[in-house]
Design a binder for this molecule. Structure first.
Ligand code: DX5
Ligand code: ZN
Length: 216
């Protein structure tokens, strides 16, 4: 559903015990998981791919929001869907024809999102927004957790919310109790959070105060 939601980003979590991490997040009220797939090429960092998504799929019924920070999203879209992804987001910087990529992903039977880094002009999204379910406005350059929030994202959310009232808007990077309220006020629906959850012992408390800051 379209109610505002905090999406924990599985990047700084305990990969040695993913099953417990997922259970703790579920118990803390999480409804959607955000999975950061990096290829060491589109971004300098390298994380994980299909086997981890498949493994997570066995432990939860939560929708899996897969953020593809990879150079060739179409090459891996079908394997990602087969592994259990429910929503696939590709970066507009990685492709030639975003509209066509979005359509090809949608044809696989999943929801599709398009992501834009803070340094990329908004015009890059022209023509593809009507072909996607979600726009992911990055508030840090994709690649690493724990970076600080770039407020350019707020302006972008407001612009997108005004031009596309029904488009799902997601923000990712540097979201914490201070920044999440600003993003909500700018029209954002989905808030990806890494360090402000996984840096805390008590996930339920962390998510609870983020939820509160959304509605404040
Ligand atoms: C960054 C990733 C994010 C990251 C967010 O490239 O896409 O999902 O994990 O982490 P924080 O909340 O720490 O900025
Ligand atoms: Zn992400």
């Amino acid at each position: 559903d379209a109610a505002p939601a905090v999406l924990p980003s599985l990047l700084m979590c305990d990969f040695g015990d993913l099953k417990t991490e997922v259970q703790r997040l579920e118990a803390a009220g999480t409804r959607v998981l955000h999975l950061d797939v990096m290829d060491g090429h589109f971004v300098p960092n390298l994380t994980y791919g299909m086997p981890i998504i498949e493994g997570l799929r066995k432990h939860t019924d939560m929708p899996l929001d897969v953020h593809l920070m990879i150079s060739d999203p179409l090459k891996y879209a079908k394997p990602m869907v087969d592994a259990g992804a429910d929503l696939l987001t590709f970066h507009v910087e990685a492709v030639e024809d975003a509209q066509s990529v979005a359509q090809q992903i949608r044809d696989l039977g999943v929801a599709v999102g398009v992501a834009l880094n803070p340094g990329t002009p908004m015009e890059k999204l022209d023509g593809c927004l009507d072909a996607v379910d979600m726009a992911l406005v990055m508030s840090v350059e994709a690649g690493f957790g724990g970076q600080s929030f770039n407020p350019i994202a707020l302006e972008r959310l407001r612009t997108l919310r005004a031009s596309h009232p029904d488009l799902l808007l997601e923000i990712d990077g540097g979201i914490n109790e201070q920044t999440i309220g600003q993003a909500a006020a700018a029209g954002c629906d989905l808030f990806v959070v890494g360090s402000a959850i996984f840096g805390k012992q008590d996930y339920a408390a962390a998510i609870g105060s983020l939820d509160q800051a959304i509605s404040a």
